[in-house]
Design a protein around this ligand. Structure first.
Ligand code: MG
Length: 281
């Protein structure tokens, strides 16, 4: 794969990403795939899907976990429903992640992305220890089949995430850095966070946002890449600085407005192409 190819967040069936037809129209050749739900994760579907991808020359770089019952409608619902953090859903979702990893393997993808949720801050609590143990166990499962975990940024400040990675202590857990999420969740300035997490960053989202007037209490506002508070050029320059060479995956989360979504992804592609020339030459 070329260095820093443009990508887009895509989905089959339900999910936030754009459909494959749109990926084809936009002329994009890498996607992060929002994993379809259980009933669609059959081997037969995977084979059909691979055929379709080969036909349009698209490679999956990360398969992203997406669980039924998750809601990002407010920061509070995110706290209650996302990822592996809700204790009553942890065992069930742990099992589902294994199944998603198996499905990703059939798709030929060795990276599993996930929002694990708001990590408890009491690092001496049973809940924190259980979450650390859960991640370690899943990382071992992935490692046995040659796969890695990519944790998406957002819910945590960079320091909290670093502490968590160190506590889990596995060498196949990395970061999917989303600069807009740092702003949306009020988790800290994205560029210094990217520098701090640098050596762990193996995938990223080109997404932008504006700060909330109450960061951490209410959502910031997601906006087209290059028009928010991220500073797109500084983002790419920092990716260069940390030695990042992976895909630049555009994410624009307005699935209810597909035409506008496509247009704004296309504008983001133009911006990234011109910034790539400035930053990487
Ligand atoms: Mg993201």
């Amino acid at each position: 794969m070329d260095k820093y190819p443009i990508g887009v967040f895509a989905s089959i069936g339900a999910g936030l990403g754009v459909r494959l037809e749109v990926v084809k129209e936009l002329g994009i050749h890498t996607v992060q795939l929002c994993c379809p739900h259980k009933e669609m994760r059959t081997e037969e579907n995977a084979k059909k899907f691979i055929e379709k991808l080969n036909e349009i020359g698209v490679k999956i770089t990360v398969v992203f976990c997406d669980f039924k019952g998750e809601s990002y409608s407010t920061i509070q619902t995110t706290r209650e429903t996302i990822g592996l953090v809700p204790p009553d859903l942890r065992a069930e979702r742990k099992q589902e992640i294994r199944e998603i990893a198996d499905f990703a393997k059939v798709l030929g993808c060795d990276r599993i992305g996930i929002h694990i949720g708001f990590i408890p801050h009491e690092t001496d609590s049973d809940d924190y220890r259980d979450l650390v143990a859960t991640l370690a166990e899943l990382a071992d499962y992935l490692k046995a089949q040659g796969q890695a975990f990519h944790l998406e940024t957002g819910q945590e400040k960079a320091d909290g995430l670093l502490q968590f990675l160190q506590d889990v202590g596995r060498d196949n857990i990395f970061i999917n850095f989303d600069p807009a999420n740092m702003i949306l969740y009020g988790s800290g300035e994205p560029i210094p966070a990217l520098k701090k997490l640098g050596k762990y960053v193996r995938s990223c989202h080109c997404k932008d946002a504006k700060w909330s007037d109450k960061p951490g209490d209410t959502w910031g506002c997601e906006v087209p890449f290059g028009t928010g508070d991220v500073n797109a050029k500084a983002f790419l320059e920092t990716l260069k600085e940390i030695g990042y060479e992976g895909p630049l995956t555009i994410e624009r989360e307005i699935p209810a407005e597909p035409e506008r979504q496509k247009a704004e992804i296309s504008q983001a592609m133009d911006l990234i192409e011109s910034l790539k020339k400035e930053v990487w030459g």
